[in-house]
Design a protein around this ligand. Sequence first.
Ligand code: DC
Length: 223
Amino acid sequence: METGAIPVITIDGPSASGKGTVAQIVAQKLAFHYLDSGALYRLVALIAIRSNTDSANESAITNIALHLDVNFDGSSVQLNDEDVSDAIRSEECSKLASVIAGQPKVRTALLQRQRAFRQLPGLVTDGRDMGSVVFPDASLKIFLTASAEERALRRYKQLIEKGINANIQSLLQDIYERDTRDSNRDAAPLKQEVDAKLLDTTSLSIEEAVNAVLRLYNKTCKN
Ligand code: DC
């Protein structure tokens, strides 16, 4: 079967918009595979931090991206058999991931790895350029967003629930900085594509957002 015939739902959007949670549940409901593309950028950042690699050295960072030994095991992320699911979510890693994601060679190095996730019966994936660059022929493209204030509040609640101290003003500042960097870079910037459907979840629950995606997908399948 041509890979192009395998359905893909892409959910792109800014940091902390909840797209990962929504994408994961949609994948479960459809029994599709799931790819968290941001985790790949975060993994490259984690290895760069641990190996003291200069983040401005694009060839060295690209080399890390080309040789990632990663395994997505259900909801956990394994790097050389170590569970790094929490480590890749640290603020330090989030910031560096956003910096190295602006490097075109790093993005190219991760391209085939992402496309390899397109397997039967289908794939749900989230990121910034899933619909524009990685899977331009996706069956359904969603641009999922929420206001910066709502996203900061969601992140704040997540951290507090985990017993981690957090300051909502500094989280909001981080979100503004990351949005600016992700949207203004030259390589595959974050933006809503003309063929992507906008889903603003500022006042939606996770369940409502999931149902909205499933409705759009069912409509696409019938067309
Ligand atoms: O989705 P996330 O917050 O886990 O992504 C981490 C960083 O990786 C984010 O700053 C943007 C970048 N990213 C990207 O440039 N392209 C993707 N497809 C996914 C993530």
